[in-house]
Design a protein around this ligand. Structure first.
Ligand code: AMP
Length: 394
């Protein structure tokens, strides 16, 4: 299920390795507030270090737009990584140039250098070949383990593979293999659970999943637009009027495969103290009210389909789960999924946060570390950073 070479397929012994990691972690007052992305890279880093490799770790953090932004320095990651790996890490205040080269010249097996935010250079997001060549300079091998940015053709994800043999790390391999298997060879029946705010950025995702799945259970803001396309009054709910035509087309094309809510929880404001009501889709959402969650009949119906599934791919919360009174649909479906025997594949930042809040993240088969990259893959689009790596047969 993974067509590219990985670190297992090449000689890494005492090699100088440029490792693209995804250390795009949340920071508050210069401290890392969530180290999950750093932890996710550890198996690859440990494997390389056990074989005496010298590591140059490259990552982006936030969107500095090609300029040095002190608040987006990767420096705070140094301490966290030192603690997790149990060895000293040298932070290098640039990712190319003399700072890196002097250190590379003196490096010994097992040394780890964490390079400064690669997006401080405009050449990164432009995939500038000269910048990629400079990034590649200190290394003999390129290892990509940054699944979260695999949908971006940047210098540190695609460009460097022109100058160095490129292979995948364990996280990238695992993410791609699990998501691809869920799509192409799932334990049947495959059911997709979709939500989130919008449909406009998920049309290809809906199409790809609808072609493969037995049922698509649709909730959240996404369902609002589908319901509106069916002629249901949606009051002040979030509805994407520009996507109504597309929603109609999807409903015609995939018809009974698309399961929409039968009832909705509505509120007058997006506020935990707001008054709420339950409405059926026949009566619709009154003016001045908005849909904030799926209702109990819908939870029951969706839950039943999840219990009968062999594989469930879940992307997007079915309500405004960040506010406790509107989280029941999302949490209850998370609990049902955790108790079901189905392979459960959770993708996307918000959905991962929701299953964590529901307390069942560790009972899912796989919680993807990617947001955009996960959507991209589930929509059936190739990932440029994976394409750029060496083929297994080659
Ligand atoms: P996305 O990034 O498209 O997956 O959207 C995730 C966001 O969708 C979350 O922050 C939810 O609060 C939001 N969301 C879910 N259901 C609704 C809804 N009915 N109305 C407005 N926002 C929603």
């Amino acid at each position: 299920m993974f067509p590219k070479k990985t670190i297992r397929d090449v000689d890494v012994q005492e090699k100088r390795v440029l490792v693209r990691v995804d250390f795009n972690v949340p920071l508050e007052n210069g401290r890392v507030t969530d180290d999950q992305r750093i932890r996710a890279a550890l198996p690859t880093l440990r494997y390389l270090l056990e074989r005496g490799a010298t590591l140059f770790l490259v990552s982006h953090l936030g969107r500095p737009k090609g300029k040095r932004v002190p608040e987006l320095s990767l420096q705070p990651v140094t301490e966290v990584l030192e603690h997790l790996l149990g060895r000293p890490i040298t932070f290098v205040p640039d990712c190319i140039g003399p700072e890196v080269e002097t250190r590379a010249a003196q490096a010994r097996p097992g040394d780890v250098f964490l390079l400064e935010n690669v997006r401080f250079h405009p050449g990164e997001t432009k995939n500038d070949p000269e910048f990629a060549r400079q990034l590649a300079r200190p290394a003999e091998l390129f290892v990509n383990d940054a699944f979260g940015t695999a949908h971006r053709a940047h210098a540190s994800t695609v460009g460097v593979a022109q100058f160095l043999p490129g292979v995948a790390g364990f996280l990238l391999e695992q993410e791609v293999a699990i998501l691809t298997r869920a799509l192409e060879a799932p334990e049947p029946p495959l059911v997709a659970l979709l939500g989130g705010a919008k449909i406009s950025d998920k049309i290809q995702l809906v199409e790809n999943l609808a072609r493969r799945a037995k049922a698509l259970l649709i909730g959240g803001g996404m369902a609002n637009t589908f319901l509106a396309a069916r002629g249901v009054a949606m009051g002040d709910s979030l509805v994407e009027t520009d996507a109504l035509e597309e929603a109609r087309r999807l409903l015609e094309r995939f018809g009974e495969k698309l399961h929409l809510p039968q009832d909705l929880l509505v509120a007058q404001r997006l506020d935990a103290n707001a008054e709420t009501r339950l409405v059926s889709v026949e009566e619709g959402v009154p003016t001045g009210w908005k849909a904030v969650d799926i209702g109990p009949k819908t939870i029951e119906a969706f839950g039943q389909t999840l219990r009968e599934a062999g594989t469930v791919i879940w992307n997007g919360p079915v309500g405004v789960f960040e506010l406790e009174p509107f989280a029941r649909g999302t949490f209850t479906l998370a609990w049902i999924l955790a108790d079901s025997g189905a392979q459960s594949i959770v993708g996307g930042g918000d959905t991962a946060a929701a299953v964590r809040l529901a307390g069942v993240a560790d009972r899912m088969t796989h919680v993807s570390t990617g947001g955009g990259a996960t959507l991209h893959l589930l929509a059936g689009k190739p990932l440029p950073a994976v394409e750029a790596l060496q083929d297994r047969e080659a």
